[in-house]
Design a protein around this ligand. Structure first.
Ligand SMILES: [Zn+2]
Length: 271
């Protein structure tokens, strides 16, 4: 009630009032109305509070957020918001970590559910027959896999969110499944035709029958057979869709506390 009446007080008083509110109160206030949400979101202190979490969590948050390219993707207030909550979005039990691909708190038990599967972006595109621009707006994390020699990060994504996009695109889960089935069948037959033609040509070349080899064309295409053996169609492949360990895309932030009138970071145990 008191909050609802807040909108009626003069603007400069509103401003002064909000200056005395901590992040927890501001979050509560933001749920009161659209007006207050806009008001709360314009508060410049979110960035300050995020810095507080970043510096106190040491390298882990900063590294984590930059490594996953999150600082540019997410507004400071959204990050502070998920850092403040402590309960699992799915079951409401205590969840110390944020599941970054969906920017949600998820507890260890719920993390094992299908909806929190994480796969490489390239795998998601192949598996659901999507283009990268179809996934605009989804959170793509750049993950440096310590087990890989390559210094280039792997782009990873929430499989459930990618699938949602595909289902929307094809109308329903059934239509998507039917589309993928058709696509796989044609990819399979095209692949076997192409690889067969490649083998025939290679055999002729080996016998020194260069002219006959040059005349071999994949059925129905008239295009030349590529020098390299045809690539296995990604839509049929398993390698690129191999799931990523979910814990590596989770982050455990330190919480914020209000001590006196100051917002501070929760002290971390006995050190
Ligand atoms: Zn849970």
């Amino acid at each position: 009630m008191a909050l609802a009446r807040l909108a009626k007080i003069p603007l400069e008083l509103q401003f002064l009032t909000s200056k005395n509110l901590d992040p927890f109160d501001l979050l509560a206030l933001s749920h009161v109305s659209k007006y207050w949400r806009a008001f709360v979101l314009s508060d410049k202190r979110w960035a300050e509070w995020l810095k507080l979490i970043v510096s106190a969590s040491g390298e882990s948050l900063e590294e984590c957020l930059t490594r996953f390219n999150l600082l540019d993707t997410f507004a400071a207030r959204s990050l502070v918001y998920v850092c403040l909550g402590e309960t699992c979005t799915a079951c409401e039990y205590y969840a110390p970590q944020i599941f970054l691909p969906q920017m949600k708190r998820v507890c260890d038990t719920c993390l094992q559910r299908d909806q929190y599967a994480v796969i490489p972006l390239s795998g998601a595109l192949a598996k659901y027959d999507l283009r990268e621009r179809d996934l605009d707006g989804l959170l793509v994390l750049e993950w440096l896999d310590p087990k890989r020699k390559s210094k280039r990060p792997v782009k990873v994504i929430s499989e459930a969110l990618a699938k949602q996009v595909a289902v929307r695109r094809y109308g329903s889960a059934e239509l998507l499944a039917a589309h993928l089935e058709r696509k796989k069948t044609s990819a399979k037959s095209a692949y076997s035709e192409r690889s067969e033609a490649w083998r025939v040509r290679a055999a002729l070349e080996e016998k020194g029958n260069i002219e006959a080899a040059a005349a071999v064309a994949p059925p129905g295409t008239g295009r030349k057979i590529p020098k390299a053996f045809p690539m296995y169609p990604p839509i049929l492949g398993q390698a690129s869709t191999r799931p990523v360990e979910r814990r590596v895309v989770c982050f455990e932030p330190l919480g914020l506390l209000v001590v006196g009138s100051e917002v501070v970071v929760e002290p971390c145990g006995a050190e």
